[in-house]
Write a protein that binds this ligand. Structure first.
Ligand SMILES: [Zn+2]
Length: 249
């Protein structure tokens, strides 16, 4: 993979955590400072994303040029299948209203404080299928009754997980921006359509081949719990995908 001429610095600077004792607060300060310094906007040509200062619950960074909003989630363990997010209710309300922020998921190493992985996920790939409601905190918890949520990475089609930093290296910015642009049409769909479009796209990608039939899709009938009407939509999706990215299928 080609390395971008303006390659990202993978080493994390620990100074932003000076004066903080809580490990989680320290990690948050360090990773957010790195993101502010190194991340770029994948939506437009802007080279910077700015931290938000309004204590909003679901947005951490914003592009001052195009207004795109991002939430950064960082883990010292590999990203795995799911990532804990914040409160369920405000998140699902935004998702249902087609207003999910975009996400940046980071895996960093604590042994040498370096960034191992960073992926962007466009907000239009965040559908109700991707949000898992957690059990309310127990009565003995400090925030008893509070309900959080998980983001299910395995429910997001690979087209929606853009590898900025991976074991293959650092992706060129223009590659990430092109991949981002490819499916922006999903974001313009109605909320109820966006769900089935991304669910079907996930199934299509599981075939791992470029040719398949409608009959093949019946493999997923139980999993998707859908009807024949739903499959009629499948043709519309194929038309939309091929019209928007001719080399995809
Ligand atoms: Zn932008």
């Amino acid at each position: 993979m080609m390395i971008d001429s303006s390659a990202m610095e993978l080493q994390l600077n620990l100074h932003p955590a000076d004066g903080y004792k809580s490990p989680s607060q320290r990690a948050r300060r360090i990773t957010e400072a790195w993101f502010a310094q190194n991340a770029y906007c994948p939506v437009c040509p802007s080279e910077n994303l700015s931290p938000t200062r309004d204590n909003t619950r679901v947005v951490d960074f914003v592009c001052s040029d195009c207004g795109a909003e991002f939430q950064l989630k960082s883990k010292s363990n590999p990203l795995g299948r799911k990532i804990r997010d914040a409160a369920y209710q405000p998140m699902i309300e935004r998702v249902n209203a087609n207003q999910s922020p975009h996400f940046a998921f980071m895996h960093y190493a604590r042994d040498n404080w370096s960034v191992r992985k960073l992926i962007f996920v466009p907000g239009y790939f965040i559908t109700p299928s991707v949000i898992e409601k957690c059990k309310p905190l127990s009565a003995s918890a400090r925030r008893a009754g509070w309900v959080g949520c998980n983001i299910l990475l395995y429910m997001i089609p690979p087209d929606g997980r853009l590898p900025v930093i991976s074991c293959d290296g650092i992706s060129p910015k223009q590659d990430i921006r092109q991949k981002w642009e490819r499916f922006t049409w999903i974001g313009k769909a109605l909320p109820e359509s966006r769900g089935w479009i991304t669910d079907i796209l996930l199934c299509v990608r599981r075939f791992g081949r470029h040719e398949f039939s409608l009959a093949d899709m019946y493999e997923f009938e139980g999993e998707l719990a859908i009807t024949i009407d739903y499959y009629q939509n499948f043709h519309i999706l194929l038309y939309a995908i091929s019209a928007n990215s001719a080399c995809l299928l």
